[in-house]
Design a protein around this ligand. Structure first.
Ligand code: URP
Ligand code: ZN
Ligand code: ZN
Length: 460
């Protein structure tokens, strides 16, 4: 591990902004001050004219994902390299057992996928896809292993989804253990009925995906999760909230005192349902759940970020290539759901959020890094720049100009949903615990140095 002195950077955290030098030693931030002298054996990096942000945290990725009869395309090597090139230094992935599988065996599978391959740090949310006595025993053990966040799917009927009894039991256990419950909020029965009706009427193309999961379905799922949270006292977190109707349900619950956090995605902030209407089945590349919405919802989400009603920005990175998407060429319900965005989440949020004046720099850092660290028990090792924190840093050149392209991205996927979108800024230097992993937007570091991050329950 090299020691590093970053000079004259414009340091920006969720709550402060100042110009200073940062000394990284033995993986930690060892000093922050003006005009620090460089000790011997230290690389000096001049960050004049550039921002220095805390390493960004993606609270919602699917690197290893067996789903809808296939597997997402990235692995821990390709995904973490892509993440780092885009400034993300920690991933919170999902460990998702099949309904018949034991949670501990799924942990073993995910560990085998990640260990020795990840170039960034990582942890998992533990998905609960069945609840019985054996699962409960194993969940207790998993929490004590340092995984204090659960995930439930209120969607995906007959596959990953849980019923209300299982949801209630999961949330009761979460309350007891101080674990937060993250949830995919769509009413699964409503989706199943709408899908049946649409297919029966001959509406088989990708453009029918949104009408099969309209905003009512998501608002209903969101309200449902919040009611369970109210009943059990467990803290909850709505993943990938996409529309104003659902946001209003979460805000109403907040006003009733429910401990609910909201995450939105860069896809829902920048893309709308017309992308899924593109001809020649290209629309399938824009099929995800909840679906891309009517454009008017985007304003509500950006306002939500600005006012702190939406707390975190995720990517929900779930890459399925053009070939895999063709599994649903005659029936949109069989198109693997997911849109890649792990690499571009941060730079697109900066470009289309900060540079347009929709959010300020501090909100940007909070939503893309600090908030996830605080909610999921990683703070202050991750998510900020202070003495003793992990030296996960991003030196960002805001003057760099670029365009998004599948031809140059690092994700293992043959298209980019933001193709040709302008980008302001580049990650000129990215460190993970002091290790320089990226220079000038390209990976230069070491694969396999990524560590599993043990976390503590914080939601009692
Ligand atoms: O369409 C999506 N979001 N795919 C990934 C799985 C999930 O629901 O998060
Ligand atoms: Zn989901
Ligand atoms: Zn997801």
């Amino acid at each position: 591990m090299s020691n590093l002195l970053i000079k004259n950077g414009d340091i920006v955290t969720a709550s402060a902004r100042y110009t200073a030098d940062i000394l990284c030693k033995d993986g930690k931030i060892a000093a922050i001050a003006k005009d620090l002298d460089a000790p011997a054996d230290v690389e000096v990096y001049d960050a004049s004219g550039k921002y220095v942000f805390p390493g960004f945290i993606d609270p919602h990725t699917h690197v290893y994902l067996p789903f809808m009869g296939t597997y997402a395309k990235d692995d821990y090597e390709t995904a973490t390299v892509a993440a780092l090139c885009g400034g993300t230094t920690t991933l919170i992935d999902f460990c998702i057992p099949g309904r018949d599988e034991e949670p501990l065996s799924a942990i073993e599978t995910w560990r085998n996928q990640a260990e020795g391959k990840a170039a960034s740090d990582y942890t998992w949310h533990m998905a609960v896809t069945r609840f019985d006595e054996e699962v409960e025993t194993q969940l207790r053990e998993i929490v004590s292993m340092g995984i204090p966040s659960f995930k439930v799917f209120l969607a995906y009927k007959g596959a990953l989804g849980v019923d209300d009894g299982e949801l209630y039991q999961t949330m009761k256990l979460a309350k007891e253990l101080g674990v937060i419950v993250t949830a995919h909020c769509e009413n699964a029965d409503m989706v199943a009925e709408l899908q049946k009706d649409l297919i029966a009427a001959g509406n088989t193309g990708p453009q029918w995906h949104e009408p099969s999961r309209p905003v009512e379905v998501e608002a209903e799922g969101t309200r449902h999760l919040c009611s369970m949270s109210e009943l059990t006292g467990a803290h909850c977190y709505v993943v990938h909230l996409s529309c104003e109707r659902a946001l209003k349900e979460a805000v109403e619950a907040k006003l009733r005192g429910v401990n609910v956090y909201v995450e939105s995605l860069i896809q829902h902030l920048l893309l709308d349902h017309t992308y899924a209407e593109r001809p020649d089945f290209e629309g399938a590349n824009f099929v995800m759940s909840p679906p891309l919405r009517e454009k008017s919802n985007q304003r509500a989400l950006w306002d939500g970020f600005r006012h702190g009603l939406v707390t975190t920005l995720g990517s929900d990175h779930a890459p399925f290539d053009t070939e895999q998407k063709r599994m649903g060429k005659d029936d949109f319900t069989l198109i693997p759901n997911g849109i890649p965005s792990l690499e571009d989440r941060v730079r697109m949020f900066y470009t289309h959020g900060v540079e347009t004046g929709r959010i300020n720099l501090h909100r940007f850092v909070y939503a893309a890094s600090t908030a996830a660290a605080k909610i999921f028990g990683l703070f202050p090792n991750k998510g900020t720049i202070q003495l003793g924190s992990d030296a996960d840093l991003v030196v960002y050149d805001p003057n760099h100009r670029d365009k998004i392209s599948a031809a140059t991205h690092h994700m293992n996927i043959d298209y980019n949903p933001f193709e040709d979108f302008p980008v302001h800024g580049r990650c000129d230097l990215v460190t993970v615990r002091g290790n320089v992993q990226v220079r000038q937007g390209e990976f230069v570091g070491e694969k396999g140095i990524g560590k599993f991050l043990k976390r503590q329950p914080t939601h009692f």
